[in-house]
Design a protein around this ligand. Structure first.
Ligand code: DOR
Ligand code: ZN
Length: 346
């Protein structure tokens, strides 16, 4: 049995670091585990321009501990009237790594998102030309579609057509949750990849209703049936370069989660790597963790691999029920449970 593994330091290809006091509270958790992270732009107001992204990057850097070795990779929040020139210039200047497509009203702070992909086709054509990745929240927002079907329907109605129209566009299908998404990504070209969260590898939809309503298991896209969780596990451990780590860590204060209308999002940043390692161990695939966590992401984005290493050791890790930060209480993923891997102190 393997009791210790050492891998290249990983990156998180999808995280919500928020702003203000919440940013100060959560950024150190991500910086402790990851060398780089793709920062989601769904602030209020959203990060829709290169100047806003540059200012947000400064605020992130200011929120990090003194000795942190962490690079935030910024994204542009696409709206119906996204400015292609600003996005292309922001990419050339090293401010924007990618742009994010939120279908309008699909999730937290997405009211300014795109109402119809047709509106942003000129922007996407420019992105295709310069090799700038499009990151996609893949759910239709049509209220007549069952919430558990919204990802599968998005593939048919939006994603397949988008890829047919722009076959060279680099696309990351973010936080996939279904076997349909796995099949779609598997059968698409090498310019189509996907991120997978730790929570969608650990829980299925029953977790939201285990003995009562469990708001801390609620996120978007919502967790699906067990068959889908198993398909995601298979994809994550497959060794395919199309699948890589993206936590979608999305903190909300405890009162916003435990509410009559609780916010979507699971805060997994504090123990993300331990959570993934536990899955890979359960699947007897620890030898594939490094590819998923530290290699395929940078390769897709055309970035160098990290040279630092991190060591994980087998051993019980008790996850606290909650974490007190300066201004708030946050409930981490796996609260009150035990993980079987821990990061060795360097
Ligand atoms: O669960 C989620 N939370 N899904 C998202 O797409 C957004 C995120 C957030 O920002 O809270
Ligand atoms: Zn997200």
């Amino acid at each position: 049995m393997t009791d210790t593994i050492t891998i290249r330091r990983p990156d998180d290809w999808h995280v919500h670091l928020r702003d203000g006091a919440m940013l100060e509270a959560v950024a150190p958790f991500t910086a402790r585990q990851f060398a780089r992270a793709i920062i989601m732009p769904n602030l209020s107001p959203p990060v829709t321009s290169a100047s806003r992204a540059a200012a947000y990057r400064e605020r992130i850097m200011a929120a990090l501990p003194e000795n942190a070795d962490f690079t935030p990779l910024m994204t542009c929040y696409l709206t119906d009237d996204a400015d292609a020139d600003d996005i292309v210039a922001g990419h050339a200047d090293g401010i924007f790594t990618a742009a994010k497509l939120y279908p309008a009203n699909a999730t937290t702070n997405s009211a300014h998102g795109v109402t119809d992909v047709a509106h942003i086709m000129p922007v996407l054509e420019r992105m295709q030309d310069i090799g700038m990745p499009l990151l996609v929240h893949g759910e239709v927002t049509d209220g007549s579609i069952d919430i558990f079907d919204r990802e599968a329907v998005f593939i048919e109605r939006v994603l397949a057509k988008l890829i047919a129209a722009l076959p060279e566009l680099k696309i990351v299908f973010e936080h996939i949750t279904t076997e349909q998404a796995v099949q779609f990504v598997d059968s698409a070209g090498p310019n189509i990849a996907a991120t997978i969260t730790p929570h969608h590898l650990h829980i299925n939809r029953n977790a939201m209703f285990a003995g009562g309503m469990r708001p801390h298991a609620y996120c978007l896209p919502v967790a699906k049936r067990e068959q889908h969780r198993l398909a995601l596990r298979k994809a994550a451990i497959s060794g395919s370069r199309k699948y890589f780590l993206g936590t979608d860590s999305a903190p909300h204060e405890v009162h916003a989660k435990e509410s009559a209308c609780g916010c979507a999002g699971i805060f997994n940043a504090p123990y993300a790597l331990e959570s993934y390692a536990t899955v890979f161990d359960e699947e007897d695939a620890l030898d594939r963790l490094e590819g998923f966590a530290s290699v395929y992401g940078p390769q897709f984005y055309g970035l160098p691999l990290n040279e630092d290493r991190v060591t994980l050791k087998r051993g019980s890790l008790a996850v606290p029920d909650s974490l007190e930060t300066a201004d708030s209480t946050l409930v981490p993923f796996h609260a009150g449970a035990e993980l079987i891997w821990r990061i060795a102190q360097s």
